[in-house]
Design a protein around this ligand. Sequence first.
Ligand SMILES: [Zn+2]
Length: 437
Amino acid sequence: MGLLNGAERANAHTLLEHQRSAWRRQVDYVARSSKFYSSLWSGVTPPEDLDHIGRLPLVDKEDLRAAQREVPPFGSYLAASSSMVTRVHRTGGTTGEAMNLALSASDARTTATVGARSQSGSGLGPDDVVIHCLNYQLWMGGFTDHTTLEATGATVVPFGVGNPRLLIRTIQELGVTAISCTPSYPAVLAQVLAEDGIDPRSLGLRLGLFGGEAALDVPGFRERLEETWGIAARNSNYGVTDVMCNFAGQCTEQNDLHFMGLDVLYPEIIEPESGQSLMWEPGTRGELVLTHLERDCQPLVRFQTGDIVELTAIDTCVCGRTAPRFRVIGRADDMVVVRGVNVFPTSVAALINGDAELTGEYRITLAGPGPYDRLSIEVEAVHTPSNPEQARAHYDQLAERIAVTARRDLRVTAQVTVVANASLPRTEGKTRRVVRS
Ligand SMILES: [Zn+2]
């Protein structure tokens, strides 16, 4: 089957025909070659018709973990022979059990092509020199994302993480026009530039390509970033590690994510508690479930991603892409329930970024297993008066303001602690917004 050229601009009929025949081939392959699925589906005849995919059981990360524990290193869902495996990534090894991800040459090519659609959609092109500042060690964000950047035709500089002064010099000396990193990294870099008396705008970057966090969805955060750096900031990189490293991104015309991989991935939205499928229509909000329509090594069928998304549009975008658009609301695990109200870190971020006297950094602390009757948030003041009494009065005023806004916008009681600028941890990778104690 392969990819459908220009799938992100294909008409609905062409795409559906492609998906249907890809599924017929893939479901047969999975049933024959994946021990994990042949045992999960025992007693069920897997439907040849994609419309009936909902008859098959859902699987989640825990199922994959168990499968790798039982049959290391790739799990019983490795459907290809080990000689087909050409690339391996590992994730999560620092915080617990590592997961091993295997790609065949064809899986890797597909991944690069689909990811390139996202990067191009955000405005990266052959005339750009992009410096890639994600960790190359083991995980997909480094090397595999690098291949997606290259597949756009741009010149790619493999930088990785750390050594910010070398990074700054490299940007200056190579005429770099675009930077690919996490949304929290520019804040780290800006601190170094400030120490050296360099204006971030003088580096000449025009485009910032981000992924890994939903922070860019918060309008105040994006504007601050664009203003400081003189760049267009785009989320060009949304993916799900176990499925595909990048299959959605923002175009240059609007801020929702285009689903760029519908020729090789079949999405569903479900109600997370009941697992019931929801209608594929704008306004639908639920957990994203994905099925590989083409995958050699570790094909997944009806995988629960743990991401809560909202489908926002299915008509053709101003940019000309027919690919449907969605927003990521948050992780199902990060959802905090305060007196029956669902709160996601992204909505807290929206609140904080609306206040010019706060830096935008925040941390939510949850004491014990819950239930919670209030939301405990730490935020940073931009300025702290040197007189201790004035400082206390300023912090009290800020805390009160945020608590009032939280009650109004989030409908929860917030206990707000204001701390000095730069006291909350900044990281190059994903910043943990919810801390459980
Ligand atoms: Zn668009």
